[in-house]
Write a new protein. Structure first.
Length: 271
């Protein structure tokens, strides 16, 4: 015959069971008294959240570069784009012209220097790519890379302030010749990416001893943590339509690459 446990033993067993249930309820609660459907495992708590802005790879940077079809007209690929240097952009800014002399002059000097050296976006933190195009005496340079979201946002903020800080100023070339530089907002800038800044820069001075004027569209935009820059123009002025196409189709290509897609070989008129 089976013997029932004594009353003290039954009380102890009940207390232990009750304590276990209470411990389980506390472990599964969200801290406000409402139980959760399931407890989070220690491994899950240690696992980092997935990145919302995928990094740009080397092949991805190359795939994100625009093609002649993206800017239409008679643009041709250039083999020497990495060595382009526009002497009209060389000059030492006249600090005395600025109300906030040192700070504003430094920003304007940075603009000239970065346009001359093709470093508008600074140094990439990851993969990057560059491609150039020519059409008569105009040049269009397209750069794309992983610059980090904070870095791109800082660059875009800096560019947006330049029409106010640098509106018009003088600079002296290495040969002692004078340059007059005007920086204005790009008229009707294209809509692309997560953030964008667009300017038109005009430099008046001399080239080979002759009066000359260079006009450039300067656009930078961000998609996720990656970004791109377009500089387009020359001595004959600038084709704003080509700039807009480069920005819009470039942003589409970059977005596709970061989404794991392969950009279409030809841009679609329906995008």
């Amino acid at each position: 015959m089976t013997r029932r446990p004594s009353r003290p033993a039954r009380v102890l067993a009940t207390a232990l069971a009750t304590g276990t249930l209470l411990a389980t309820a506390v472990a599964c609660s969200d801290g406000s008294g409402s139980p959760e459907a399931a407890a989070v495992s220690p491994a899950a708590e240690r696992s980092p959240a997935p990145s919302r802005t995928p990094a740009l790879t080397g092949p991805g940077a190359q795939a994100a570069l625009i093609t002649p079809a993206d800017i239409e007209d008679d643009w041709q690929l250039a083999n020497d784009a990495a060595t382009w240097r526009n002497q009209m952009l060389v000059g030492k800014v006249d600090v005395a012209e600025f109300l906030n002399a040192k700070s504003d002059a430094a920003d304007c000097q940075r603009l000239l220097d970065s346009l001359y050296s093709d470093t508008l976006l600074g140094r990439a933190t990851g993969a990057s790519g560059l491609r150039g195009f020519t059409s008569q005496d105009s040049r269009l340079l397209y750069q794309v890379g992983d610059y980090g979201q904070a870095g791109m946002d800082a660059t875009i903020k800096w560019l947006k302030n330049l029409p106010t800080e640098c509106n018009q100023f003088s600079a002296t070339g290495s040969d002692g010749s004078k340059r007059t530089v005007q920086v204005v907002e790009y008229k009707d800038p294209p809509k692309a990416g997560d953030a964008l800044a667009a300017l038109t820069v005009t430099v008046q001075g001399t080239s080979n001893g002759q009066p000359a004027t260079t006009t450039l569209d300067v656009v930078a935009f961000r998609v996720g943590a990656s970004g791109a820059a377009v500089t387009n123009g020359g001595l004959s002025g600038v084709d704003h339509d080509s700039t807009a196409l480069a920005v819009q189709n470039g942003a589409k290509r970059l977005k596709d690459v970061l989404s794991g897609k392969t950009p279409a070989p030809l841009p679609s008129q329906f995008d």
